[in-house]
Design a protein around this ligand. Structure first.
Ligand code: MIC
Ligand code: MG
Length: 304
């Protein structure tokens, strides 16, 4: 009950160990803390905390409007609810290199296992939209160097994301990935890759873990786990997918309510009360309560 049974340091250590096996880790995006429990219960290897989801959740577009405090708060709520490693989207890092140092320490305190920082200018855009602008090598290298130097737990994973592919092409993405690996990034997130051969090109260029972003309605096809594993990808995220599914179901439910005056027809779509309580580990809270309230002082009073 109350969840995460492991400390953030332990989660980070285990995350590093599972990355070292070379097995592909699937990280579905949690759209709230409860959904992180669902992801864990299904046996996935990690939980992604998306900036696009946090923005959408607040009713905002994903254009760099959310603050470090909001992101860290959400990251802490989600990380607290799961023993899985969490990877959080730190957008452009919330400022200049000094701000980045603070971002890293704040997110580390929030209990995440890793974070990614991207090379877009502020205000940033969704990585799969056109019209993005990226910073030069020097600015991005400074971002990564300050992020790496600020962490206190050496196991906190600092991932560099590059959005340069859709601005200057694949060769530029390969060059930048190499430079960011040299600058100390622990992993690379090449955004908006068009096909598997592009992922393979990044894979061949660096010898640190590579992430694939399987966001829907974007620039990449939705490759299977096996296809991505075959080109040597180490982490795959499904960042907004489960918010999209939940919102799709909610839209259909609202329509059904308007049309029929009742939600009866969509009840089979719903998580049941029993399933919810199981996910919440409701029973453990009841047992905790009764063990406290059944505690009798008598048994502990010395009678001598
Ligand atoms: C991964 C991403 O950065 C996110 O915030 O989840 C987004 C996802 C999306 O908008 O589909 C991205 O820029 O790819
Ligand atoms: Mg994002």
């Amino acid at each position: 009950m109350l969840y995460a049974t492991q400390t953030p340091a332990e989660k980070r250590r285990l995350f590093r160990a599972s990355l070292a096996t070379g097995e592909l880790i699937q990280m579905p995006g949690a759209f709230n803390p409860l959904s992180a429990r669902l992801i864990e219960s299904k046996g996935f290897g990690g939980v992604y905390i998306s900036g696009a989801v946090l923005s959408a959740d607040l009713g905002l577009p994903d254009i760099g409007l959310t603050t470090l405090t909001e992101v860290a708060g959400r990251a802490a709520q989600i990380s607290r609810m799961t023993d899985l490693p969490t990877l959080v989207d730190a957008d452009t890092g919330f400022g200049e290199p000094m701000n980045l140092a603070r971002t890293v320490q704040t997110l580390e305190d929030a209990g995440v296992a890793g974070l990614h920082v991207e090379d877009q200018v502020n205000p940033k855009r969704c990585g799969h939209l056109d019209g993005k602008v990226v910073v030069d090598d020097d600015t991005m290298i400074k971002r990564i160097r300050s992020a790496v130097s600020a962490r206190r737990d050496p196991n906190l994973l600092i991932m560099a994301r590059t959005d340069i592919r859709s601005v200057d092409g694949l060769d530029a993405a390969v060059e930048r990935a190499k430079k960011l690996a040299d600058a100390g990034a622990d992993a690379i997130f090449p955004e908006a890759m068009k096909d598997l051969s592009e992922f393979a090109a990044i894979r061949a260029a660096v010898d640190i873990p590579v992430l694939a972003n399987m966001t829907e309605f974007g620039k990449s096809e939705l490759f299977t786990k096996q296809q991505l594993a075959d080109v040597g990808i180490n982490i795959v995220i499904y960042p907004v997918s489960f918010l999209r599914l939940a919102m799709g179901a909610a839209m259909r439910g609202l329509d059904a309510l308007l049309e029929t005056g009742t939600l009866q027809s969509v009840v089979p779509e719903m998580q049941t009360r029993a399933e919810l309580y199981e996910l919440l580990d409701y029973e453990a809270y009841s047992q905790f309560d009764s063990s406290i309230f059944n505690f009798s002082l008598d048994a502990h009073v010395r009678h001598d």
